[in-house]
Design a protein around this ligand. Sequence first.
Ligand SMILES: Cc1cc2nc3c(=O)[nH]c(=O)nc-3n(C[C@H](O)[C@H](O)[C@H](O)COP(=O)(O)OP(=O)(O)OC[C@H]3O[C@@H](n4cnc5c(N)ncnc54)[C@H](O)[C@@H]3O)c2cc1C
Length: 422
Amino acid sequence: MRETIVLGAGMVGVSTALALQARGHAVTLVDRRGAGEETSHGNAGIIQAEAAEPYAIPRDVKTLMRYALGRSNDVTYDLASMARMLPALASYFRFSAPAKHHEIAKTYAQLIARSTSTHEPLIQASGADNLIRRDGFAMVLRDDAEFEASAREAERLKTLYGIQSQTFDGASYRREEPALITPIGGAVVWPNTWTCSDPGGLTKAYAQLFEKQGGRFLTGDASSLKQTSAGRAGGGSAWQVDTEEGPITATDAVIALGPWAPELLKRFGYGVKMVLKRGYHGHFQASLSPRRPFLDKTNSVVLSPMTNGLRMTSGAALVAQNAPSNPVQLDRAISNVREILDIGAPTQDAIWVGHRPCLPDMLPLAGRAPKHDGLWFHFGHGHQGFTLGPATSDVLLDAMDGRTDAITTALDPRYRSAILSW
Ligand SMILES: Cc1cc2nc3c(=O)[nH]c(=O)nc-3n(C[C@H](O)[C@H](O)[C@H](O)COP(=O)(O)OP(=O)(O)OC[C@H]3O[C@@H](n4cnc5c(N)ncnc54)[C@H](O)[C@@H]3O)c2cc1C
């Protein structure tokens, strides 16, 4: 039986562990914390079946000027961090050119198309159906012009990728969504998108399923990872990591450390271009929560009813991973959101901060490490790791089993030299 260590128990690592288990590997999952307590906890909880195209950097001068002048709540930045991320950002900008983005989206749309169908068996087997809503995700537009532009965009996604949407004028969406307290321009609803009322809880439920099925989950430090030949029958190399139960070894190791993967891989001679897009969330005690989560496009925040309150998640802040918390995007949005929704007072929970692990070519890495036997990469899911964890785990397993097709090739680290050096 093949033994595999999975480093990182976010949605990506836990899904990887389950996929390996399903194909007969003996798996040990290792994290320094509990399952789903970092990025996979703090997100907006949307299983984004509508996100056929990954987020590109806008290339029109007007939008870039708004970002530069701090007039958008979508993106904020800090100059020193921007300077450090410049090579990754420049590469991201190049991949965002319309023709390149269109090519990338052809692969991305196929992954997204597998998102709900790959979550579904895990949701059922882990008994977590109570955390999932299947009545869509909305985009609320404040004025007629925004609504008309978004409706056109929804039509474009339908034509290109078959993404279903429903459009509502302002009055009809207010009948649909009683929590809205003022007139709006309209709404676009993505009916096939699922939403989760506790993303960290869903990740934990999947991890419990993994353990119930015989998997081992240990506390340990990924930075202790090393390649060793000690004690291997036949003298082949193995991977070793320190855990609370002492050092453990396996023939294979999967790096599923999300935003922390590049730091570890430096030690093994890999340079990963990653743009860390920081996001924040806060919780509120709304007396009447919206019936389905929605994006307030004007303010670039998502409002999601969660088990511990109404969660407001922010857009992207381009700052260093260890920069102090500065939730200015949430602060700016709060009073504006109150114009359309009675969000109530903040709860006692501290403001959460975390980072979307974005690769410049907008596709996750899932496949063999270019220069180490038995080492596998599975990270870089950017804005949609909660959505894509189970889907790209299947791609990784295909790669581990030696199967190749257009998708395994597109996610294969060995062909990604524009974003990965070794
Ligand atoms: C504000 C915000 C909103 C988002 N909304 C959505 C959304 O609605 N839908 C969606 O699909 N995606 C969303 N995302 C993106 C999504 O959350 C991420 O893509 C996804 O969670 C990444 O999962 P992961 O498993 O790769 O990383 P993580 O969940 O961060 O897991 C990495 C794990 O590695 C562990 N680790 C790190 N270093 C070590 C070490 N040295 N030793 C041991 N363990 C270590 C950590 O403890 C952690 O458990 C959002 C992100 C943000 C920030």
